[in-house]
Design a protein. Structure first.
Length: 347
């Protein structure tokens, strides 16, 4: 697995997990839709300077608007609505446990519809982390009912969102987050205002935007960039450690009581991530010619995909990690790989 992709997804989990307790503190102050809207708008504000500096090209929008919008609608609009419908019809204990199915949904959708190689290690990792999530969120009285169906459906929407977002090539991660922030944030905030009115003071509003900037904007940007190096399934395996990081923050910052179940869950999650790290595989495969725009590094090009030159090799813009539109010629070769942007093929 790409070391930088793994690191980015871990940092994304740290940011999301660390801000989750803060978001929970704000949840009692306003409606879920209003809070979700402010969090997404905060994410959009975080990436706005980067998008202004480098707006999407017409070619990129023409090629990617359909998958990008389908991800925004599924993950930012339909998913939250289904979750709200589920929370209204089921108990919190059941909902908390079922939210762990987002990882399973992501892995299944990635394998079945996006040609990602999963393999035994990733499957075991997903099961371990999902089980750990169940241990972490288990409460007496949980049971299945019609509300549970809505919660699982929300997780399927987010799994689809994860897979589509990871496969978007021409739009930068910041541009993807900006779309989610503007559309999902605006829609959720409008629903919140229509259903509950404005309930927050100035301090709480700024706090919600700040939490959204770090826990959604910065976090999702890191996850999208990492997912392009790892594939959606592996990226989500790493990101699924966020609740356990949130539990650690709750222990250390908010002085929550540490329980044996929580410690057990954290250990299982750590083992799950460790198992997934060595999940690359090798076989002869064929690459079709393609023109795309994404971040890459010529100094870390072990598979020969980014050995192209530049018009001005002395330009510092091309040193280290950088992005620009580039061409991949058709090639057949064999090397260890994971389902990143260049290796989504059938097996």
């Amino acid at each position: 697995m790409s070391r930088i992709g793994l690191t980015r997804c871990l940092w994304a989990a740290v940011l999301f997990g660390a801000t989750a307790p803060a978001a929970a503190q704000l949840a009692g102050e306003t409606s879920a839709f209003t809070l979700a809207g402010l969090l997404y708008l905060g994410a959009g504000l975080w990436v706005l300077p980067a998008v202004i500096r480098r707006p999407p090209t017409r070619r990129a929008l023409a090629m990617e608007w359909r998958p990008a919008m389908s991800a925004v609608v599924a993950g930012g609009a339909i998913g939250p609505v289904l979750l709200m419908a589920g929370l209204a019809r089921t108990d919190p204990a059941t909902a908390s446990i079922l939210l762990n199915t987002e990882l399973v949904a992501t892995v299944a959708i990635a394998a079945l519809f996006f040609h990602e190689h999963i393999g035994r290690r990733v499957a075991i990792s997903a099961l371990l982390i999902t089980a750990a999530g169940g241990v972490l969120t288990w409460q007496p009285g949980a049971g299945l009912d019609v509300g549970a169906v809505f919660v699982v459906a929300a997780c399927v929407c987010w799994g689809f969102d994860n897979c589509v977002t990871a496969a978007v090539e021409q739009l930068s991660p910041q541009q993807v987050v900006a779309l989610k922030g503007a559309i999902a944030g605006g829609a959720n905030l409008a629903l919140g205002l229509l259903t509950a009115g404005w309930q927050l003071g100035a301090v709480e509003t700024v706090a919600a935007l700040a939490v959204g900037a770090a826990g959604y904007g910065w976090s999702i940007t890191l996850w999208v960039t990492g997912a392009r190096d790892l594939g959606a399934a592996r990226a989500q395996v790493v990101f699924a450690t966020a609740p356990f990081i949130g539990a650690f923050v709750a222990w250390t910052v908010f002085d929550d009581v540490v329980t044996a179940a929580q410690v057990t869950a954290v250990v299982f999650a750590a083992i799950g991530v460790a198992v997934s790290v060595r999940s690359d595989h090798e076989h002869e495969h064929h690459h079709h010619g393609v023109v795309h725009d994404h971040e890459h590094d010529h100094g870390d090009d072990t598979d020969g995909h980014h050995d192209h030159g530049h018009a001005d090799e002395a330009d510092r813009a091309f040193a280290g990690r950088h992005r620009h539109e580039h061409v991949h010629e058709p090639v057949v070769h064999a090397h260890p790989h994971v389902p990143d942007l260049h290796h989504r093929h059938d097996h």
